[in-house]
Design a binder for this molecule. Structure first.
Ligand code: NHR
Ligand code: GAR
Length: 210
């Protein structure tokens, strides 16, 4: 059975969606640990309440990114994961860290990549006048928010809505698309060819729309 370590920084609702998918029998994997870079991340309590091991590696305690990432990798590897899932994890990772987990490190980013890598994505989509917005599940590479795209979820932008309203509707679809993408990985159904991800199950839907 695939062993998954989830990295969070805050609320952890995507982590919760993964826990729920596993409990429902939709995710053939064990979530063996949840690790946060912030001791006050609300998701830590949720994970503990589900009987999942938790750990904190506080980024502020380290002199630089390389030292933080080295300790983070040590904490992760103690759980011997086959997949590491970023779920609202807010620290940029060094190339050395990313290389160590090549092909087994996934993220969900709240935009339709390659549009809007980085932060404040919902605000930036509204400022740009986008009529469609969403979220992207991708493999993590050293190039921030530019790894191979596994799945996307899209919502129409409503005239006059604010970033919080838009974020809420995108988040609801993140909770659908992320467990689905992680399940594909767990079943060995993801193939990457020339940076393009294909799912071997012909019934797989890599685009979810509101
Ligand atoms: N690391 C690499 N190398 N590649 C990616 O694709 C990554 C990554 C680390 C995190 C998630 C990403 C997102 O989905 C992610 C993808 C944080 C920042 C950021 O600027 C940017 C993108 C993402 C996560 N973080 C600030 C930093 O200085 C800190 C911001 C904060 O603490 O609030 O690390 O959006
Ligand atoms: C999600 O919308 C996720 O896509 C986004 O933060 C939220 C985390 O919510 N991720 C990033 O912005 C990564 N930089 P959650 O903690 O409830 O899963």
């Amino acid at each position: 059975m695939l062993r998954i370590v989830v990295l969070i920084s805050g609320r952890g609702s995507n982590m919760e969606a993964l826990i729920r998918a596993r409990a429902a029998g939709d995710l053939p994997a064990d979530i063996v640990a949840v690790i946060s870079n912030r001791a006050d991340a609300a998701g830590l309590a949720t994970a503990a309440a589900s009987g999942i091991a938790t750990a904190v590696v506080p980024h502020g305690a380290f002199s630089d990114r390389a030292a933080f990432d080295a300790e983070l990798a040590r904490a992760i590897d103690a759980f011997r994961p086959g997949l590491v899932v970023l779920a609202g994890f807010m620290r940029i990772l060094t190339p050395a860290f990313v290389t160590h987990y090549a092909g087994r490190l996934m993220n969900i980013h709240p935009s339709l990549l390659p549009a809007f890598p980085g932060l404040r994505t919902h605000e930036r989509a509204l400022e740009a006048g986008c009529k469609v917005h969403g979220a992207t599940v991708h493999f993590v590479t050293a190039d921030l928010d530019h790894g191979p795209i596994i799945a996307q979820a899209a919502v129409p932008v409503r005239p006059g809505e604010d970033a919080a309203q838009l974020a809420k509707r995108v988040l609801a679809l993140e909770h659908v698309v992320y467990p689905r993408a992680v399940a594909w990985f767990a079943r060995g159904e993801l193939v990457v060819e020339n940076g393009v991800v294909r799912v071997t199950d012909p019934a797989a839907r890599q685009l979810v729309m509101a």
